[in-house]
Design a protein around this ligand. Structure first.
Ligand code: ZN
Length: 162
């Protein structure tokens, strides 16, 4: 974790290492804790590469900003990979993690890391928030080949780990 300038204040940058996760709910709990602090933060997933030209999330005046990254055959994917949530946005949606922590689907129990992108996006969009996508492309190392095609998370969890 580090700090970047953010409108005269400071924004925390969370960069996590999924191999240290205890279980499929760890990512949820990391973001939930960050949310509970009520301070602006930037989340950068482990396989995102920030180029020399910073995607400028920290200094953008918008409350919810995402930098695009290549994902599988999509050149510009937006999600939690490189995202900023401002303190103002968090204040408007203090109970978001309480609510989405109860959501699940056929493949994933509540709080599973794989559904976090969708649940946070749906929650905020349905409540009138707009995601700023006007940022520079960042790099993305992961997801080689078809093995981890969206949606292969359960396969990877069950069979790729010896
Ligand atoms: Zn922005």
């Amino acid at each position: 974790m580090g700090a970047h300038p953010f409108g005269g204040r400071t924004v925390r940058v969370i960069k996590f290492i999924p191999h240290s996760f205890d279980n499929d709910g760890t990512y949820f709990h990391i973001l939930e804790k960050a949310w509970e602090r009520g301070e602006s933060f930037i989340n950068v997933e482990h396989d995102i590469i920030i180029p020399d030209k910073d995607p400028t999330l920290a200094v953008c005046p918008n409350d919810w900003c995402a930098a695009p990254y290549p994902y599988l055959d999509r050149p510009r994917q937006f999600g939690l990979g490189c995202v900023k949530f401002s303190d103002a946005l968090i204040a408007r949606h203090q109970t978001m993690f309480e609510v989405i922590g109860t959501w699940y689907n056929n493949d994933h129990p509540p709080k599973h890391w794989c559904t976090l992108d969708s649940w946070t996006y749906i929650y905020l969009i349905e409540r009138g928030e707009k995601r700023c996508e006007n940022h520079e492309l960042v790099g993305h190392e992961g997801h080689p080949g078809k093995m981890s095609s969206a949606h292969g998370c359960l396969t990877v969890q069950r069979f790729a780990i010896p």
